[in-house]
Design a protein around this ligand. Sequence first.
Ligand code: MN
Length: 236
Amino acid sequence: MPLLSSTPSTFWTGPFGDGTHLYRPAPDVVLQQKYPFVLPTLGYETNALMPALNAATVEAHYRSVHASHVQALNTALTAHPTLHEYSLGQLLMGLRRWPEAARAPIREHGSAHANHALSWKVLAPGAATATAPNGRLGSMITRDFETVDACKAALREAALGIEGNGWAWLVKTATNRLAVRTLPNDDSPLLDGELPVLGIDVWEHAYRRMYQTQRAGYVDAVLARINWDVVGAQVE
Ligand code: MN
């Protein structure tokens, strides 16, 4: 069932082009959440990402940072009952259509909720078996980057080049191609009408406890721990 099936097709015209790629079912159920939003379960123990990320890092990032964004989003939207019928994905894609007072909290906390939910999901817990992109994602990577290593290298370079807080993203563009983006703060690619496929959070809170200022060590560890089957579901 299309994500936006109950919405008139004209709804997403204008800044989103024809929005065709956004009519696909959202593989990320968090994007289908409506107010009140809930913190999704992690799906693994907080120490399950060792040695890439230790329990203290995951604990603080998930239970403090991510959870506080969910709470702040709910608090902000309490005053906007007309927005309660829209999903998180719709709220982000349609930002400029909402009451002005709701835009900043949706942009900040809605983005952060969606981003962090995806970032937990794409990491492989436990004795992670290395997976490789296959299926549609594999084909798209071959077409748009030639190799998986080139795709990873582009993401790595983007992540290391970010000044201050932000995320490096692999996105699916409006023309159905994969591209690497860097976005400031917690801005979601959905704000630009692009589908988040894989995100790397380079806020210091994501790695400082383990890696201090060594962002490269963190980025490499994360890139080595990606569950590409889960990432692939984002583009199916
Ligand atoms: Mn974060």
